[in-house]
Design a protein around this ligand. Structure first.
Ligand code: AMP
Length: 271
């Protein structure tokens, strides 16, 4: 594995499979890397804690950065490149385009984290421009992010294939996240509630099939401190209609000052 801080011509001339991360690697990241390795292309993992996508300085400062552990994990996985750029390389003066994540970028996760998705799209766009990967892999765990990245690629007519990795969970149902490292044991136990609520919400909607009923169900949790619990059409990422084939329920909560997100995708049985 080559550890690089800058992109060279060798890389630009190969059909890279890129897996962007912010480090503090866990089995969720590893599953994306395994997907990438199956393609038989040179695999690159990037680790860059992107300040632009943090709307609170404290959150950026406390984000876990166990870089030595990450390097060991990746060495064992036998990837081709680990890209650990400096902030000044990614954001050198006038070298990058600030991307506006539009209306959707200000809803749901974006509503509680102003500027977050502008920052995500800005760094993803910059990584794409620098590396020119053939394939990039992102997790469905960050469903709104994934949707916005696919939209960015479509708008910019980039020829990059996006592969979507399924969400990896602990046996408790808790979705793996680098932020779980910031939770105490009791916080982690509380956090398992998120997936329980998502499954209950899915059942509630599958049984009733009424958006109004879902809203009443969801408002109960908003009173209990859940930040949002929304049902959307997976294809359009907006309110479901009669034409909706596949649904996604999004959930965000703050536990022990740690922001956690999760989601569940489903189709209704019997159409
Ligand atoms: P992050 O390091 O949190 O920016 O995440 C890097 C990539 O890993 C993103 O594409 C995430 O969607 C993905 N990811 C994060 N958590 C999981 C998980 N539990 N299962 C699968 N992919 C994940």
């Amino acid at each position: 594995m080559k550890i690089i801080k800058e992109i060279n011509n060798n890389i630009l001339n190969s059909d890279i499979c890129l897996i962007p991360t912010m480090g503090a690697l866990h089995e969720g990241h590893l599953s994306l890397i395994e997907e990438g390795k199956k393609l038989g292309l040179p695999t690159m993992v990037s680790i860059f804690v992107n300040e632009k996508q943090f709307n609170e300085e404290e959150d950026f400062n406390s984000y876990p950065r166990p870089i030595e552990d990450d390097i060991k994990i990746l060495q064992d996985l036998n990837i081709d490149y680990l890209f650990i750029p400096e902030n000044s390389y990614i954001y050198s003066e006038n070298s990058f385009e600030l991307i506006d994540s539009g209306v959707l970028g200000k809803q749901y996760e974006g509503s509680s984290r102003p500027g977050h998705f502008d920052g995500v799209l800005t760094v993803v766009n910059r990584l794409f421009e620098l590396i020119k990967p053939k394939v990039a892999i992102f997790g469905k765990k960050d469903a709104q992010q994934l949707f916005l990245i696919k939209e960015l690629i479509f708008k910019k007519k980039c020829e990059i294939e996006i592969i979507e990795g399924k969400t990896i969970r602990e046996s408790s149902g808790l979705a793996l996240s680098s932020r779980n490292l910031l939770l105490t044991d009791s916080g982690k136990e509380k956090a398992t509630l998120l997936y329980t609520i998502l499954r209950e919400a899915k059942k509630n909607f599958s049984d009733r099939r009424e958006l109004d009923a879902f809203e009443i169900f969801s408002s109960k949790y908003l009173n209990l401190g859940i930040d949002y619990l929304e049902i959307l059409d997976l294809e359009t990422f907006s309110e479901p209609t009669e034409k909706t084939v596949e649904y996604i329920i999004l959930l965000a909560a703050i536990i022990e000052d740690v922001r956690l997100i999760d989601n569940i995708e489903f189709k209704l049985e019997g159409g």
